[in-house]
Structure formats: C-alpha cells, structure tokens
Design a protein around this ligand. Sequence first.
Ligand SMILES: [Zn+2]
Length: 424
Amino acid sequence: MPTKKESKKMKYLLVVGDGMADYPVPELDNMTPLQVARKPNMDAIAAKGRNGLLRTARENLSAGSDTAILSVLGYDPRQFYTGRGPLEATARGIQLKENDVAFRCNLITEKDGILVDYSAGHITSRDSSKLIEAIKKTLEKPNKIEFFSGLDYRHFLILRNSPNSLQIECTPPHDAVGAEISTVLPEAKSPEAEKTAILLREAIVKSNMILESHPVNVAREKSGKKPGNMIWPWGGGKKPSMPSFKEKYGLDAAVISAVDLVKGIGIYTGMKIIDVPGATGREDTNYEGKADYALKALEDNDLVFIHVEAPDEAGHANDYKLKVKTIEDFDKRMLGRILKGLKEPYAIAVLPDHPTPIRIGTHTKDPVPFAIQSPLVDGDEVQKFDEFSAANGAFGLAKQECLISLLISSTQKTNNIKRKPPKK
Ligand SMILES: [Zn+2]
C-alpha cells in the first residue's frame, strides 16, 4: 500500500483519441487502422498494463463524443446529458440561465428546397460572422431569441426562458444532407411547444431571404464556393448540472482539447480548461504543444485529460491513410513526448471515445479498446493496443462509466482486478 504522502504524488493521465477505433479495412489487409499504425507508445502501455473493451454508448442515445466522453469520465449520459447546444455554447462563453435553451445553429447551404451542405462548404469564421451579424439585426428579439457567432459554420441560437422548446424535435443537418428542407424542419413533440416550433421554422425561412442576397454569399458564389444561405438550429438543451470531477473522485483535473464540446464538458465537470496554441481539431493540430501543456498542467493538477479530435475527422472523411497517420502522430508526437517528460509516478489510461469506422464514416456504438498502466499493477497477456487484442485483456468487457474508477484503483492496491482466464 502506498503511504498517504506517496498516493498524493500520484498523477493520472487520460488520453483519448477521438473515433480511433474501427472495423477491418479491406485496403489494409483486413486490419484496422489501430492494428496497422506504428504506435510503440500505445503498445507499450497495453503490454505493461491491463486491457479491456469499454462500452461508452447507451441504447436510446445517439453515438457521439458528447455522450461517450461523459460516460468515459464516469457521468451516465442518461442522467447528465441535456444536448449538444448547451455544452458548446458554454465553451464559447455564452451565459445560460435556468430555463434558457441553447441550440447549435449551423450555417448551411440550401438550393431549390434541398439541404445541400450542413457546413456551407466549411465556411470560415471571417465570412460566417458577417452573415450571423445580419441575422442578429433582423431576427433577434432580445430576451427571447438570440444569436451568437461561433467558429466557422458552428453558431448558436438561444431561446431565453423557454422550457417548452425542449419539446421540439430538430434534425441534425449532417443527417439531412440531400433531404427536402420542408420534410426536416423543427417539429413540436407536444402542443405546448407548437408556438416555439413555429418561431424556429419562421426563423429558418426568413434567414434564407436575408442571407441569399447578402454580399458575402454573392461573392462566395462568384468564386465557386457554397453560400451560407440558411440557419439550421439543432441539438437544443438546457444547461446541465452535474457533480464536479473533484466531488466525484477527489482529484483536481484539467482538460486539453481543441473542441468546444469537450471544453464544455470540462466546464460543467469543474475541470480547468487549458488552451493550446495551434490545437485545431484536425490532422494539422499541435501534437507537441498538447504534450508540453499536459506536462505543465500535471504540475498543479492530479489528472490531465487530453483529447485529440483528428482520428475522428479522418473516419468521417472515409480516409484510412489519414486515419493511420493521425494515430501515428498521436502516438509519436504527443503520447511519446508526454511519457518521456513525466517525472512523477503516474497511471495512464488510453482509449478512443467511440469508433468512427472508415467504411461508414460515422460513429458506432461498439465497445472501444482501453489500456491502463500503473506502477502498482501487473500487466495482462495483451501486447498490443487494438480492438482485437484488447478483447483478451484482464478487464474483459467493462461496463459503462467505470474507466476513471479503474484508473484510480489501479494505483491503490495490487491485484485488485481479477484476471480473466486465458482463452482456450
Ligand atoms: Zn465525430
């Protein structure tokens, strides 16, 4: 048993490669990107530590980083998840009151009544901020409906003091590409919400009239770019309330991520948010910077949660080569640099939040491989970090929300986990 003083010095790392898990890819000799990628650091953690498969999805909730990361941190999304809008809005500094409902509000491209692009051709903030400004001027009613600019195509619509709007069904625009707009507009799920649903539908239609002829869009179309000619609210929810990470586990925690969604979860769980210059959420992210900031953050936090979005983006783009590269960069340029720089005793968990298989280009609910290494536990037989090896690990198929408890208990006593008998 470690003495109290020793256990105080123990540091914890939670390293998540978003969407890293996959299915076998024909072009990779029917192996997964994790199986093919050169990743000596992840493999060393798997070899020295204990492995398993972790469920991060729930039956009636869609698979995504919002619910999966809550689950990885030990927060049951069925209880604590209220929607994507409030998590991202909070990360952008938008203040929400008790009965406010925050929606994500994409700028999309509409053409001949069809939803053509959920991101208006990945419109940049430079163009989109002017379009949202025009929307604010014409559609905003202070203390009722408000708009806020975000990053690129990702903006926000807030309905103030409007608890009924939780009863509105919105279609995520990335699930409605190619659909006729009139068939995927917001709909009330209860009679009380009907008025607010009409307000949202009218806002969408009016936004099209305002944006269609806006000089920014005229210029975009001239240069062959898709116009941001309609707003699209979705992912609405009230601000969630949850116990802090410190209350739950007794640890001071910090989070490093380029993604608003993860930062929002960090804010609601009371983590310190650490911004890393050059962290982009794409394959060009500042891996080395993330490592250096993580090491610095460990000086005054017990646990640092590092999230890398790039493998998920490669999965969405159906790009297996890019996915292998992001895994290799994640391993060499970030994880390796962290492990080299660590001075204090530490326990580390490595995992994806959910699979984003190349073949289907979106998230699935399959369990993800995870590895936990700590100086106080013996390893299991697993030698490599991937979807198939992990299935033979000592943890077996682990339950939702148990990861942080497993990580913390790995530093408290030896042999605390029953070994799974080797497969015959
Ligand atoms: Zn994703």
